[in-house]
Design a protein around this ligand. Structure first.
Ligand code: TTP
Ligand code: MG
Length: 354
């Protein structure tokens, strides 16, 4: 049961491997390992079929091959994973207003405003599956920690909803390392004190933990073991414009040289916009003269663009029209008025941490 449910944690199952299976359906049902090659390669992820052989993320690929000689090795294709991530997160943002993306395949969702949060999350899972073929697991709880651990508890295709008290009971016999924020070093220090479960850690007098781990870390460990955590999300706002500018070591008067530099800046800016798949309709230049006069000149064009030829074309026109009357100290170009990215929310848009 889920008493209070302000937060969900969503995590795609076997993310990289599942993306690969979408375009290579003949591999479905087989143990698949996504890994680079070379003697020092490690597994990025393994399909659930491969995990049955004990193969896991970060394991040396040579070892994974020994554990599972029949595994199909696939080289990673990060562009494909970024694209899949964008598709998933776009659906997430359509379902809830506030989202904190914490990785390519995971995000926290604020459920506070939803009337039927569980139904909404079921729908989201099924929409993601329908649109991308990817499965994901959802954890729902009163705070981030409960949600995160719950989403991991029944992977793949997990859907676990817990109150804080239920989380404490359910995971009481699990090792402390189950909880994010308790790493292997802390876990072995706890073990040396005879504390080998979350239940035991939750019940340890806080003074004992303070004596061993200090005034901050000690109580923090106990709060984690008791599944006490924040319910606050910190969405990252996507910039409403993107720009590139440069200040010269020596002021420049030569118009041809200025135009070259401006084209170059427009090229760099567009590279970024293409990567983000963002297109804007407003192109602006910024010019600072030797006397520190600073002007911007902007123009809105008919079609949103991230094409370097279009952006630099407009930027050069603007520069020619302005025709700086003095040597130039700084030159910049900006694109704004993005299509699509801003449409589904005027509140908090999220930047993918890529
Ligand atoms: P995870 O969500 O940790 O793992 P996963 O999606 O493969 O499997 P599941 O969630 O079902 O347990 O990580 C997401 C992706 O990040 C993963 O597909 C590959 C990449 N990754 C690495 O490259 N190295 C790693 O050590 C880990 C843990 C993940
Ligand atoms: Mg995952």
């Amino acid at each position: 049961m889920c008493g209070v449910a302000p937060i969900a944690h969503l995590d795609v199952d076997a993310f990289y491997a599942s993306v690969e299976l979408q375009r290579r359906p003949e591999l479905r049902g087989l143990p698949v390992i996504v890994s680079g090659s070379g003697p020092r390669a490690v597994v990025t992820t393994a399909s659930y079929e491969a995990r049955r052989f004990g193969v896991g993320s970060a394991m040396p690929t040579a070892r994974a091959r020994r554990l599972c000689p029949d595994a199909v090795l696939v080289a990673p294709d990060f562009d494909a994973y970024r694209q899949a991530s964008r598709a998933v997160m776009a659906l997430v943002r359509r379902a809830v207003e506030r989202v904190e993306v914490v990785g390519l395949d995971e995000a926290y969702l604020d459920l506070v405003d939803l009337v039927a949060p569980r139904a909404a999350m079921r729908r989201l899972v099924s929409d993601i599956h329908a649109a991308t073929g990817l499965d994901c697991s959802i954890g729902i709880g009163p705070n981030r920690l409960v949600a995160k651990v719950a989403s991991d508890a029944e992977k793949p295709r997990g859907f676990v909803c817990l109150t804080r008290e239920e989380a404490c009971t359910r995971f009481a016999r699990h090792p402390p390392g189950l909880v994010p924020g308790i790493g292997p070093k802390t876990a072995s220090r706890l073990e040396a004190m005879g504390i080998t479960t979350l239940g035991a850690l939750a019940a340890t007098p806080v003074d004992t933990l303070v004596a061993r781990f200090g005034a901050n870390h000690g109580p923090d460990l106990q709060r984690r073991a008791r599944f006490e955590a924040s319910a606050i999300l910190t969405p990252v706002r996507i910039a409403v414009s993107e720009s590139r500018e440069t200040t010269f070591d020596v002021d420049i008067s030569d118009a041809v040289r200025l135009e070259e530099i401006l084209s170059d800046l427009a090229g760099q800016l567009c590279q970024r916009l293409v990567r983000q798949e963002r297109r804007g309709r407003n192109v602006a230049i910024k010019v600072r003269l030797s006397d520190f006069t600073t002007v911007t000149r902007a123009r809105t064009i008919a079609e949103p663009t991230n094409d370097p030829r279009v952006v630099s074309g407009v930027a050069l026109e603007l520069l020619r029209e302005y025709a700086p009357a003095r040597p130039v100290r700084l030159l910049g170009v900006r694109v704004a008025a993005f299509e699509q990215a801003q449409t589904d929310s005027d509140a908090d848009q999220l930047a993918l941490p890529l």
